[in-house]
Design a protein around this ligand. Structure first.
Ligand SMILES: [Zn+2]
Length: 463
């Protein structure tokens, strides 16, 4: 998932071993921090607000965000003439931006009024093509956690419940799984889900007895298939499935529900933190949190609005990030606004139709047939410096090629670093070849293709 726990993970990975074990008995909320606790309380209170209350709150937050951005952030200085107008009017005059706009000169988006020691750096995941570095307010990670917990509570989750995770976090000490007690998690590697390892996974799960499974729908589907093929192995009795970072498909939802006898709960979010939208107790449509930001749609004629029934690209303005404000940020994903109040739960949240776009599931096939979700590869960071575009290509199980289009400043030694990074992720499952090319083919819609998969049925585990 666009990870709430990006920073948390970093903190955890770097914390001394004695601290990692010393969390027993301390309630979850106290481990995460005060901002998390106050935000969660606020979210639960405002959950029942009517449209007017949400609008008033959004206006107040937007006003502060726009004022700070226009006065301080170089890129938004061009809107100085609009200061003094109502916030929603200012917003309506602002041109949508996208990843390329930011990538062209990220420094222009930084707010000098937010000290560097109150920020941290993250980046967008690999499925979005070339990664974008993002600066976030440190407090944002606690706030994000509050939002996640708030929506998971709709699926029966409560703070302190345990999770077995199947997500692309780093495994610095290697191995198939690692404990993350600060977050009540046992993290399983989604890179090593070969038939043989899955046998060990299910044993460990039997011992761990998680309350929830949390991971990419594709990874959870691989696990479900294993249980289906081994009816003698007891399926863990979980309260629910938390499915993040990928679109969950209709058939897949029912399949997961049937195997685990629990409800898959899915949501939509991203590293840029401009929109967060999750299912409710009764509906599988995504409800965009009004407390998180403003969610709009840009139609074919470039009109940006929140009009019901209009289909187009999602555009988000997040309230949380004042360090690098992204205002009317185009997400490259497509949806429609179905309603401004959910008929099923009554929340006055913007309800989105099914989301399509960059957010899809793609699979590599490892040696022996194990599937590796590309979401888990999540290639970004220093190692990809100088890479303009990239694309994975696979023709046979157990080997794959990464094609790179590199800039003039690309250092050849990085080929080795990239190869090593891939190997660290997929281990013996995939033999990697890294090849430079002049250009890469695009999809019929002109979008970058992340993976050209030539193995028939590579995604057959994913319905
Ligand atoms: Zn609802």
């Amino acid at each position: 998932m666009p990870s709430a726990a990006g920073l948390a993970r970093t903190i955890y990975d770097h914390s001394p071993a004695f601290l990692r074990g010393a969390v027993g008995g301390v309630p979850f909320g106290w481990r995460i921090g005060r901002t998390y606790r106050t935000t969660l309380r606020f979210l639960l209170q405002s959950d029942v607000w009517g449209a007017e209350q949400h609008r008033a709150y959004q206006t107040e937050r937007l006003d502060a965000l726009l004022d700070g951005a226009i006065r301080r952030v170089p890129f938004y200085g061009r809107y100085h003439r609009l200061l003094g107008r109502p916030a929603l009017r200012i917003l309506s005059e602002m041109e949508p931006i996208d990843k390329q706009t930011v990538q062209a000169d990220p420094e222009r988006f930084l707010n000098p009024a937010v000290p560097a020691d109150r920020t941290y750096r993250t980046s967008t995941g690999g499925t979005t093509g070339e990664p974008l570095k993002i600066i976030l307010n440190k407090a944002g990670f606690q706030i994000e956690w509050a939002f996640m917990v708030c929506q998971w509570m709709r699926a029966g989750f409560r703070p302190g419940m345990s999770r077995a995770t199947f997500r692309g976090v780093s495994f610095p000490r290697g191995g198939l799984w690692q404990a993350n007690p600060v977050y009540d998690e046992l993290q399983f590697s989604p890179f090593a889900m070969s038939p043989e390892n899955l046998g060990r996974y299910v044993q460990k799960l039997q011992q761990y007895r998680p309350d929830f499974l949390y991971g990419y729908p594709s990874a959870l589907t691989i696990l479900a298939r294993h249980y289906e093929m081994h009816p003698d192995v007891p399926v863990p009795k979980v309260k629910g499935l938390l499915c993040g970072s990928e679109n969950i498909r209709p058939g897949q939802r029912e399949y997961l529900a049937q195997v685990f006898k629990a409800r898959p709960y899915s949501w939509y979010g991203m590293s840029e933190k401009v929109v967060l939208a999750g299912e409710c107790e009764r509906s599988t449509l995504y409800h965009a949190f009004p407390q998180y930001g403003i969610t709009e749609i840009i139609d074919r004629a470039s009109n940006v609005s929140q009009a019901v029934g209009v289909e187009g690209e999602l555009v988000g303005t997040g309230f949380m990030n004042t360090a690098m404000p992204l205002i009317r940020y185009r997400l490259g994903d497509y949806a429609s606004i179905e309603a401004h109040t959910c008929d099923s739960c009554g929340r006055a949240f913007t309800v989105l139709g099914p989301i399509e776009g960059r957010w899809r599931q793609e699979m590599l096939v490892g040696r022996g047939g194990g599937r590796i979700s590309l979401t888990a590869l999540n290639m970004h960071g220093e190692v990809f410096k100088g890479v303009m575009r990239f694309q994975f290509h696979q023709q046979a199980p157990g080997c794959a090629t990464l094609y790179l289009v590199v800039g003039d400043n690309f250092n050849e030694a990085r080929d080795l670093a990239i190869k090593k990074a891939l190997h660290d992720k997929t281990g013996d499952q995939i033999d990697w070849t890294v090849t430079h090319v002049e250009d890469l083919p695009l999809s019929p819609r002109g979008k970058s293709l992340f993976l050209v998969q030539e193995i028939e049925g590579a995604d057959s585990l994913v319905m």
